[in-house]
Design a protein around this ligand. Structure first.
Ligand SMILES: [Zn+2]
Length: 421
C-alpha cells in the first residue's frame, strides 16, 4: 500500500538538546511492506518514506513501535505518526483524506500485531523519480509547436497558460484538470464557451482576451463554485454584444475586463457585484449606463472611447400610469426575491422576459409598466482613479433609469439624486 503526501520529520530529542532543526515539508511517497529477515521467513512490517533527496528511503518498524497516531485533521489530509524508536514524528499533510484513512487504519492494525496479510502490501523498493518529484502545478505554452498533442497535461496543474496556439475549440483535456485555479487562453481563435467548463470547479481566474467569443453563456455564471470563487474574468477584445444578467451573480468577482467588444450597455443589476474593484470596458458601443451602476464602489474604472450621448441633462418621460399585468407582477416578485429560474422549469420565452427586467432606483424591478428617465452622473463619485470617457476629459455620463411606480416617479421629481447616495 502506497500514498503520496508532503512530509516533515520531527525529532523529539533535538529540542531537549537545544538543537533547532528547521523542518520543511517535502513531497514523499510512503509505503507499507515487509522486509525479509534471516530468522523470520515472513519478514517484518515497515513503513518506508522516500523523498526526492532520499530515494532509497528511510524505514520505520511498525510492530510495537508506533507510540501514537494523531488524526484530528484527517479530513484535511493531515496526520502525525509518532514512533518510539527512533524518537521521531512523521507529520503528514496534503494527502488524499480517504487514502490516508486507509493507510492509518492499516498501521494501527499492524502495530498491534493484527493479521493484515489480506491487504496488498508494497515491495520496499526505492521510489522512482516520477513518484517523489513534486507534481507540476504550472504550465505555459506560447506556441503551437510546444502544444502537448501526444502527451497529456499534468493532472495536478493549478495554473495553465496556452496562447498563440490557434486553438479554435477549448481542448477537452483541459476540462479534466480538476485542480485548475488560473486558466489563461488569450490570443487564440476560440468562438464558443462550452458547458463542460462547469467541470473546472476550482477556477478563480479566467482569461479569454483576444479570441472570437460572441456570447458568454449564462449557465456558466450560475455554477455554484464560480459564484463563490471566480475573482477575475477577462473577456477583452472579443465580439461580445451582450453580457448576461446572470453575470451579476458572481459574488466574488473583483476584476472584470470587457474592453474592445461590441457592448451597448451593462446588465441592469451590475450594482450587485459588491466585491468588484476593477472594471474596464473601453472601446465598446455603450451609450448609457444602467442605474444600478451607481452602487458600484470601484478602485479603477475605464470607460474610454464609448459613444456616450453628449446631451446629459435630466429628462423624465411623462406618461399616464397603468397597472402592471399579472405576468409582470409575478415577474417583479421573482426578480425582487432573487428566486432562481432556468429553462428547465420555465418556458424560454418567460426566461427571456425575466432576464429583461429593468431595475428601478428603489431596488425593485419593472418590465413594461415603467417610466424612463435619463440623468447625468459623474463617474468621479464611483472611483478615485476614473479615466475620462473621451479625449476632452469628460467624466459625466448619461444613466438610464426606470421608475417602477407613481411613488417612485413622484420621489424622482422631488429629488432626482435621492436614492443614489
Ligand atoms: Zn421603484
Amino acid at each position: 500500500m502506497r500514498i503520496k503526501c508532503e512530509m516533515d520529520v520531527v525529532n523529539r530529542v533535538l529540542p531537549s538538546m537545544n538543537v533547532k532543526k528547521g523542518g520543511k515539508a517535502c513531497h514523499t511517497q510512503l509505503s507499507i511492506g515487509r522486509k525479509p529477515q534471516s530468522d523470520n521467513k515472513e519478514g517484518v512490517l515497515f513503513i518506508m518514506a522516500c523523498t526526492a533527496k532520499d530515494r532509497n528511503g528511510t524505514k520505520f518498524q511498525i510492530r510495537d513501535n508506533v507510540e501514537q497516531i494523531f488524526a484530528k485533521f484527517i479530513n484535511e489530509g493531515k496526520a502525525t505518526i509518532r514512533f518510539k524508536d527512533p524518537p521521531q514524528d512523521l507529520c503528514l499533510c496534503k494527502a488524499d483524506p480517504l487514502q490516508l484513512k486507509n493507510f492509518l487504519t492499516l498501521i494501527r492494525k499492524a502495530s498491534l500485531g493484527e493479521n493484515i496479510d489480506k491487504i496488498n502490501l508494497s515491495t520496499l523498493a526505492p521510489a522512482s523519480n516520477k513518484s517523489v518529484d513534486k507534481p507540476k502545478t504550472k504550465m505555459s505554452v506560447t506556441s503551437r509547436k510546444d502544444y502537448p498533442l501526444t502527451k497529456s497535461f499534468p493532472s495536478q496543474l493549478e495554473y495553465l497558460h496556452v496562447s498563440q496556439c490557434r486553438m479554435k475549440k477549448i481542448d477537452s483535456r483541459i476540462f479534466q484538470l480538476k485542480k485548475l485555479q488560473h486558466l489563461d487562453l488569450r490570443e487564440n481563435v476560440i468562438e464558443e464557451l462550452p458547458s463542460t467548463f462547469s467541470q473546472l470547479e476550482n477556477l478563480q481566474e479566467l482569461i479569454l482576451c483576444a479570441n472570437k467569443i460572441q456570447n458568454l453563456p449564462s449557465s456558466l455564471c450560475l455554477l455554484p463554485k464560480w459564484k463563490q470563487f471566480l475573482s477575475l474574468l477577462d473577456l477583452s477584445n472579443n465580439g461580445i454584444t451582450l453580457l448576461p444578467v446572470q453575470l451579476c451573480e458572481l459574488d466574488n468577482l473583483v476584476t472584470l475586463k470587457v474592453d474592445e467588444n461590441k457592448l451597448e450597455t451593462f446588465p441592469p443589476t451590475i450594482g450587485r457585484l459588491k466585491r468588484l474593484k476593477y472594471l474596464s470596458a473601453s472601446q465598446n458601443q455603450i451609450k448609457t449606463l444602467p442605474c444600478s451602476f451607481m452602487q458600484l464602489r470601484l478602485e479603477h474604472l475605464d470607460l474610454f472611447n464609448n459613444p456616450f450621448a453628449d446631451d446629459t441633462k435630466s429628462d423624465l418621460e411623462e406618461t399616464e400610469w397603468q397597472a402592471p399585468s399579472l405576468v409582470e407582477c409575478c415577474a417583479r416578485m421573482i426578480r425582487k426575491n432573487r428566486l432562481p429560474y432556468s429553462e428547465e422549469d420555465l418556458h424560454t420565452h418567460l426566461c427571456r422576459y425575466l432576464d429583461s427586467a429593468r431595475l428601478c432606483w428603489c431596488g425593485g424591478f419593472c418590465f413594461e409598466r415603467c417610466v424612463r428617465a435619463t440623468a447625468s452622473f459623474s463617474l468621479k463619485t464611483l472611483s478615485p482613479t476614473v479615466s475620462a470617457v473621451d479625449m476632452r476629459g469628460r467624466t459625466d455620463v448619461p444613466i438610464l433609469l426606470f421608475l417602477c411606480s407613481p411613488q417612485c416617479q413622484r420621489k424622482y421629481k422631488t429629488n432626482p439624486y435621492a436614492y443614489w447616495r
